[in-house]
Write a protein that binds this ligand. Structure first.
Ligand code: SD4
Length: 329
């Protein structure tokens, strides 16, 4: 696509579909919390309360995500999340701190109630960034984190398998969703985290984008932060959250950075727009925020001391992305 058309498309998307978020921003010096999906809002509110009660930036991220992980009605985050093809819930989570670029993550962890806390402990109590599988579970238990016997999950195997099956080309519509939660504090420092049970029906051992720094989450204290939800395979192959932050570094508004990232991926990827399943949220150092999805219906939650509400992200249709869902170059 010629760059003028691309520019027009980007600006018309921003002006047309998500004007609220483009105009809105946090007041200077006020905290800002942005998370994926309407279910992130309860997490945002908790994160804001944590900051108000003198919790640290990382406390705000962790406590906010714990609220979403604790919601027993949530079928995509926490221990009640979607199982893999063997009927077992394997969770992924990460946390990243902008000021020192520290990060921690756990992947394919089983039976731990708060993977976000496990990720934070990896960051703070080990020399590593990422622990996976049994090693991650054993570490979390040694750290004293709440756990259930993995066998008790397997008891629910039948129930879980009725909920979801591994049918690669016919994925049920609502078989996924990650909470990615980003926080900008009063001092202008930024941190973020992610937690998910991942793509429902995934192969046992499959790890998605959410615990991978730069893919499901990226934080740069000089610029902003971004988080992803959607089909992790399409996020990981592009380090997509890093890409969103990089567009913001070049001066783009967070919403525009999310749109550009989807367009860039769609230009390379042969899949149709609808099959990309890409959604991003972002905030920048100036207190601006935004989001975009490769299809319609991506909602996200934004909280400041003045408001806490759900916004619509810019929706890129097949037409917006280009013929065959790609090749907009
Ligand atoms: C994954 N990105 O495991 C996660 C799942 C998700 O919306 O966010 N779905 O691929």
């Amino acid at each position: 696509m010629p760059s003028t058309r691309r520019q027009f498309l980007t600006s018309s998307l921003i002006m047309g579909t998500s004007i609220q978020s483009v105009r809105a921003k946090a007041a200077p010096g006020e905290p800002l919390i942005v998370s994926t999906w309407p279910f992130g809002k309860a997490g945002n509110d908790k994160a804001l309360d944590t900051l108000k009660n003198k919790g640290s930036l990382l406390d705000a991220v962790e406590q906010g995500i714990r609220v979403v992980e604790s919601d027993e009605k949530n079928r995509s985050v926490g221990i009640t999340g979607l199982p893999n093809a063997a009927g077992v819930v394997q969770q992924d989570a990460c946390i990243m701190n902008g000021s020192d670029h520290n990060a921690g993550s756990v992947a394919a962890i089983e039976g731990i109630l708060h993977p976000i806390t496990a990720a934070r402990r990896v960051m703070e109590n080990t020399p590593h960034v990422m622990l996976v599988g049994d090693g991650a579970r054993e570490f979390a238990i040694r750290e004293g984190l709440e756990s259930i016997k993995v066998d008790s999950q397997k008891l629910h195997k039948e129930w879980h398998q009725k909920q979801i099956q591994l049918i690669p080309n016919k994925r049920p519509k609502d078989n996924h969703d990650t909470v990615a939660l980003l926080v900008l504090d009063r001092k202008g420092h930024i941190a973020g985290g992610c937690s998910t049970s991942g793509w429902g029906g995934k192969l046992p051992g499959r790890v998605g984008d959410s615990p991978i720094i730069g893919s499901g989450l990226y934080v740069d204290n000089e610029v902003g932060a971004a988080g992803a939800t959607g089909l992790g395979e399409n996020v990981m192959r592009y380090c997509a959250s890093f890409m969103v932050v990089d567009y913001m570094r070049q001066g783009l508004h967070p919403e525009e950075a999310c749109v550009r990232t989807i367009q860039r991926i769609a230009a390379i990827d042969p899949k149709s727009a609808a099959d990309l399943h890409l959604n991003f949220v972002a905030l920048d150092k100036k207190g601006r925020f935004g989001a975009a999805g490769s299809g319609s219906g991506f909602q996200y939650s934004v909280t400041t001391p003045n408001f806490s509400k759900v916004f619509e992200g810019s929706a890129l249709s097949k037409k917006d992305i280009g013929p065959e869902g790609g090749n907009t170059k």
